[in-house]
Design a protein around this ligand. Structure first.
Ligand code: URP
Ligand code: ZN
Ligand code: ZN
Length: 486
């Protein structure tokens, strides 16, 4: 028996920092050596002409989640994690979503009951806080942060989920006190409501008006406001699924001022436009997500934000709803735009789309690709260096990419349960043909090679970036506030 369980030989290994030609040796699920030439392992993969990359971390996906409108995701933790793995992702961080009146503890228990027996790759959870009552804020949330649920999302829109500014400040304060990462869905609720009323009043009800009802200016305003709230509390924050130059400018400005403000974007903001919602009948419902896809100018701004480091994270926001009565058409075959469940699928194509148009297209380099799709999420959410890199001691979560594999996207090639992909017709160049998770060969020869439930739960450490800074911002400093204890 060899000393090494697996050797990946002759590949070009890339991390967020380096690109190097070396072999990778794996034992007991971890990377134990990187060297020019390794001795034989029990199992060998020849990666000559291939890229050996950290498995992707999809840090924004909705799996087996009950939406606020009562519709359930099409993917459970089996199909969702299988689809992720086929696309080169080895860790997912979906949401454990609280609805009004629910105990957060109970919510987390329920999501574990769904995920633990089904996931084929490793997973952690972000929390969604929609009802920050005393029990949640004073007891449950602090205890859950200690238990490894160290990031949570809040919404500035959606009737059933949104928090007002005061509630956001309260949530931010708990995050600051206990060292958690806050994620914000930033859109101006009242602008959406006002536009929706006017559109419906005028008889404009097709899916394409979803895009009109979620204006760019509303995303920019809410992003600005969220940043102000985070600055007041002095807490790091990540704005999720950013779609538009207005919001990117706000994030960039905050970063330039030294604030710990982070940004995330997703494939739908690079590969879809509002015009894609303008399909016959209710077909445009398949493309409805929030914020909505915008236009070519927004694509250019998002690419620029990816290239210049304004964005740290590229996730899928996989929010899978079938185009039938269980999903997009739950309110009937001809829904008004505001009745359509929000979200598009993308968990399997996230990495290949960015690799093709980004790396092969010359817009970002391989190190940026790794940082955006794996390393930065691991750092921001307390999983680094166990996840998100190729280094001695890290989990052997690795995707071996054939950079020249070419095909045109069609739904039949994918493994989710959604029934369609918004990316039909996209040209792909580069595909992760072998995928390892903790040294287990999950995908090889186009087939799944592990059992349902073989993924493991990952408790997240308190992220480095979210550690309390030990001082309050000047406006809150007691001496400047006449001795007030804050
Ligand atoms: O449209 C979207 N993004 N739906 C999923 C829920 C969310 O806001 O992330
Ligand atoms: Zn959101
Ligand atoms: Zn989402």
């Amino acid at each position: 028996m060899a000393d090494l369980d697996i050797v990946i030989r002759n590949g070009t290994v890339a991390t967020a920092a380096d690109v190097m030609r070396c072999d990778v040796g794996i034992r007991d699920g971890r990377i134990v050596t990187l060297a020019d030439k390794l001795p034989a392992g029990d199992r060998e993969f020849d990666a000559g002409g291939k890229f050996v990359l950290p498995g992707g971390i999809d840090s924004h996906c909705h799996i087996e989640q009950l939406s606020s409108s009562g519709v359930v995701c099409a993917d459970d933790f089996y199909s969702g994690s299988v689809s992720a793995a086929f696309g080169g992702t080895t860790t997912i961080i979906p949401f454990a979503a609280q609805h009004h009146g629910q105990s957060l503890r109970e919510v987390v228990k329920n999501y574990h009951a769904c995920a633990d027996p089904k996931a084929v790759i490793d997973y952690a959870f972000h929390l969604i806080i929609s009802d920050p009552d005393e029990q949640v804020m004073g007891q449950e949330l602090p205890a859950l942060i200690e238990d490894g649920y160290s990031s949570f999302k809040v919404y500035m829109t959606y009737d059933a989920l949104r928090l007002d500014d005061h509630q956001m400040l309260q949530v931010f304060e708990v995050a600051r006190r206990h060292g958690a990462m806050v994620m914000v869905h930033a859109e101006n609720h009242d602008m959406i409501r006002w536009l929706t009323d006017r559109l419906l009043g005028g008889g404009y009800r097709q899916p394409k008006y979803h895009a009109v009802s979620h204006p760019r200016v509303g995303e920019g305003e809410a992003t600005h406001r969220a940043i102000c709230l985070a600055e007041l509390v002095d807490v790091p924050m990540l704005i999720v699924h950013v779609s538009t130059g207005e919001a990117i400018d706000e994030i960039r400005r905050a970063q330039n001022r030294g604030l710990k403000i982070y940004g995330e974007t997703c494939p739908q903001y690079l590969f879809l436009t509002a015009a894609d919602l303008d399909l016959p009948g209710a077909e445009g419902a398949m493309m409805c997500c929030s914020p909505p896809p915008r236009d070519e100018a927004a694509h250019a701004a998002v690419w620029q934000g990816l290239a210049n480091g304004t964005f740290q994270v590229f996730s899928s926001d996989h929010a899978p709803y079938r185009h039938d009565e269980t999903g997009k058409l739950a309110s009937g075959p001809d829904p008004s735009f505001h009745q359509i469940a929000n979200g598009v699928p993308g968990i399997e194509l996230r990495l290949p789309l960015l690799f093709s148009a980004g790396v092969q297209g010359g817009r970002i380099d391989l190190n940026q690709f790794v940082a955006l799709t794996a390393t930065n999420a691991a750092k921001l959410y307390g999983l680094y260096p166990r996840k998100g890199t190729i280094a001695v001691g890290s989990d052997a979560d690795i995707a071996i990419w054939d950079p020249e594999k070419k095909f045109t996207v069609e739904y039949e090639l994918l493994h989710d349960h959604v029934g369609y992909t918004p990316y039909t017709g996209q040209e792909i160049r580069g595909w992760p043909e072998t995928v390892l998770s903790r040294g287990r060969v999950v995908i090889h020869d186009g087939t799944l090679q592990v059992e349902r439930g073989s993924g493991a739960f990952l408790p997240c450490a308190k992220p480095e970036a979210a550690q309390p800074l030990g001082k309050l911002v000047p406006e809150m400093h007691p001496e400047k506030n006449f001795g007030a204890e804050l």
